[in-house]
Ligand binder design. Structure first.
Ligand code: A3P
Length: 322
């Protein structure tokens, strides 16, 4: 596998980047992905949006050591990753609530690829290398960019997806809390033009979906977690071969409720003192099923819906985004 880099020439990005705070984005495409057991005939991986930092770490990414007892949580950003991580970590760690509260999720469950987009305090690949096994690893990498060893070692992985309109709104607020200075309208347009980190969004979701025959990957949806968390928890327990009593599962669901996670310092990311958060932008923001209905204009909703239709000529794929 190797990577091909393409500059972004889209005027929406180029003309606005100083004002929005987006400085050095680049599209990166993985080549020679023959190891990926994807069921899309003649699959050509898409180019995904990163920053030029990607160059510095491409060797570490390609050569990352993967272990059979690793546990991965993968997603497109803002799809409920943190929620899923906390659920998976507890299920795999005998529901040790005390340990979960004592140490930040960032430490318990490091984000392996963050160095590809931001200057992290510590190189994120190094951080994962230094993590004791069994390791819990968060990633937003698309299928085509998972490290080579992933496909031979096949660690257990949970992929979570979320409705594109919810992702668009959540991603805007998240970016605003860190660096973004554009309007929601500019953000949504740029998201649709696939110029936000890890975009294109639809390809990310569809490609993981097309790995559904891989028994090491469990597919979840944010919306299912919202509608029936106990059912999702049971599915995850089964996937990891864990069994808990009804009162224990009830305690887990209470711990995972939005209200409880919002106040939980170990996973609400409010200890990120080096990141200037704009007033009012909390990581645990709304946690709702469809707050986009109030937050997007009818024109933005129409644009996002048309974008989904254009990216899903296959009707089966379109159902993933309902
Ligand atoms: P909102 O911005 O819509 O509130 P990620 O972890 O992938 O970055 O996703 C963050 C989104 O998941 C945010 O969505 C956040 O509020 C939501 N979230 C986190 N924990 C949650 C929980 N326990 N219940 C519901 N939503 C949760």
């Amino acid at each position: 596998m190797s990577f091909e880099y393409t500059e972004i020439t889209d005027p929406l990005y180029v003309d606005n980047k100083e004002q929005t705070g987006e400085d050095d984005y680049i599209m990166v495409r993985a080549k020679e992905c023959g190891d990926v057991p994807i069921s899309i005939p003649n699959w050509q991986p898409a180019a995904h949006c990163y920053t030029t930092r990607f160059h510095r770490h491409e060797k570490e990414l390609l050569e990352m050591e993967v272990f059979p007892d690793d546990v991965w949580v993968a997603s497109y950003p803002k799809s409920g990753t943190t929620w899923c991580q906390e659920m998976v970590w507890l299920i795999c760690n005998d529901l040790n609530f005390e340990a979960a509260r004592a140490e930040s999720l960032r430490t318990r469950f490091p984000f392996v690829d963050v160095s590809l987009i931001h200057d992290a305090q510590m190189n994120s690949f190094e951080r994962v290398r230094n993590t004791a096994r069994p390791r819990f690893i968060k990633t937003h990498l698309p299928v085509s960019m998972l490290p080579k060893q992933y496909w031979t070692v096949k660690p257990k992985t949970v992929y979570v997806k979320r409705n594109p309109k919810s992702v668009a709104v959540s991603y805007y607020h998240h970016s605003r809390g860190i660096f973004y200075r554009g309007t929601i309208d500019t953000f949504v347009r740029s998201f649709i033009r696939e110029h936000q980190f890890y975009s294109p969004y639809h390809a990310h979701v569809i490609e993981y979906h097309e790995l559904r025959d891989c028994s090491n990957i469990l597919h979840l949806a944010y919306e299912d977690m919202k509608r029936d968390l106990p059912a999702v928890v049971r599915k995850v327990c089964q996937f990891f071969g864990k069994s808990y009593s009804e009162p224990q599962l009830a305690e887990l669901c209470e711990h995972l409720s939005f209200r409880s996670m919002r106040e939980n310092k170990a996973c609400n990311y409010e200890d990120q003192s080096n990141v200037p958060r704009e007033a009012g932008e909390r990581f645990m923001r709304k946690g709702e099923l469809a707050s986009w209905k109030q937050e997007l204009t009818s024109e933005q909703i129409k644009m996002l819906d048309q974008w989904t239709v254009a990216n899903t000529p296959n009707i089966e794929h379109r159902k993933l985004f309902e």
